[in-house]
Design a protein around this ligand. Structure first.
Ligand code: CO
Ligand code: ZN
Length: 331
């Protein structure tokens, strides 16, 4: 799976500008799908199987957008000011390199700080794209960029920008590849604009109208020095979400996921995440409501240019997702 993960994480597609990643994913899923369509908000919808009398219509959502920056102002000397797209952490910006969707690149600088004990604010940061004036600046107001950082293979652990949520996309693609027969009508949806408030999934969930929903996304961990208290670690298996800041996972979905993991002898962790949410929230609240849950891949340093996952967790997430979607079940 590593070449696929590298390809997906090294593609630049901040929220709202998912064309490049959608094309990359489309090339992977085309031979595996019964039907493919793109909905009006740009999400890629891949159907596999038809519903038999024991089956359900299931939406599996992995978001393909990534956090990024958008140009708000360019000064006389060609320095670029910006706003965040999604949850940008100013303390990780200084020295970071960025790549614009139009191909231009730059490095992030910061104004002189008077109080070195405090992280700079977004307003104190700027992008230096190598311009000498407003005239020769290769970007304009409204242009968007993502972090520029190559994929890093540390053998058991993998590091990349946009692991959130290209790793979920990779898991969904590999589960689609591994699926033999299914009694279900499966809609793998690679969603847009998750990082700005689960917007793509809100629209696509309404369109798909599923019986059950599952998001595949990253979750935080509590296993680094003086981290926040959280009972999720890298390497202990994919996590079954019980709660995050935007959703109480349906207990019947949680039971189904845990039952399936135990039966297939796949390690798993129970997850309570105190900040953040996923596309599962959008699925749960669509139309008259849908039982929904989330299969999470533990990830360190979320929303930095170097997000880290464990390769065993990733492969076990593929196994668990494949097992969940292969057999009939009752909630
Ligand atoms: Co995110
Ligand atoms: Zn995410």
């Amino acid at each position: 799976m590593k070449p696929l993960i590298q390809k997906l994480t090294e593609t630049f597609s901040p929220s709202g500008y998912e064309t490049a990643i959608r094309e990359a994913i489309r090339r992977e899923v085309e031979p595996l799908a019964d039907e493919i369509r793109i909905d009006p908000l740009g999400s890629l919808i891949v159907r596999k199987g038809t519903k038999n009398q024991n089956g359900k219509r299931i939406m599996i959502a992995a978001h393909m957008d990534e956090i990024g920056l958008m140009v708000t102002h360019i000064d006389e000397n060609g320095f670029v000011r910006f706003t965040g797209i999604g949850g940008i952490r100013p303390q990780v910006l200084t020295g970071s390199r960025v790549r614009f969707v139009n191909g231009a690149a730059g490095v992030i600088g910061v104004e002189r700080l008077t109080d070195l004990t405090k992280a700079p604010t977004l307003e104190q940061c700027f992008i230096d794209v190598g311009a000498t004036s407003k005239k020769d600046c290769p970007v304009k107001v409204g242009d968007v960029c993502g972090f520029e950082r190559p994929f890093l293979d540390l053998d058991k652990r993998l590091v990349a920008k946009a692991m959130d949520d290209r790793i979920g996309c990779a898991v969904a693609i590999e589960a689609l590849r591994a699926l033999q027969d299914t009694p279900h009508e499966l809609y793998f949806v690679f969603t847009t604009q998750e990082e700005v408030g689960v917007r793509g999934a809100t629209a696509s969930a309404f369109g798909v109208d599923p019986d059950v929903g599952l998001a595949v996304d990253v979750t935080a961990t509590g296993d680094t020095p003086k981290s926040s208290k959280m009972e999720v670690s890298l390497g202990k298996g994919p996590a079954v979400k019980v709660k995050d800041a935007g959703m109480l996972a349906d207990p019947r979905v949680v039971d189904w996921m845990i039952r399936t993991a135990e039966k297939a002898k796949i390690p798993y962790q129970r997850e309570v995440l105190e900040g953040g949410s996923t596309d599962a929230r959008a699925i749960q609240l669509t139309r008259a409501g849908v039982p929904a849950g989330c299969l999470s891949i533990p990830c360190r340093y979320v929303h930095t240019p170097s997000e880290m996952v464990d390769y065993d967790d990733v492969q076990n997430a593929v196994r668990l997702l494949t097992a969940l979607l292969s057999h009939p079940f009752d909630l």
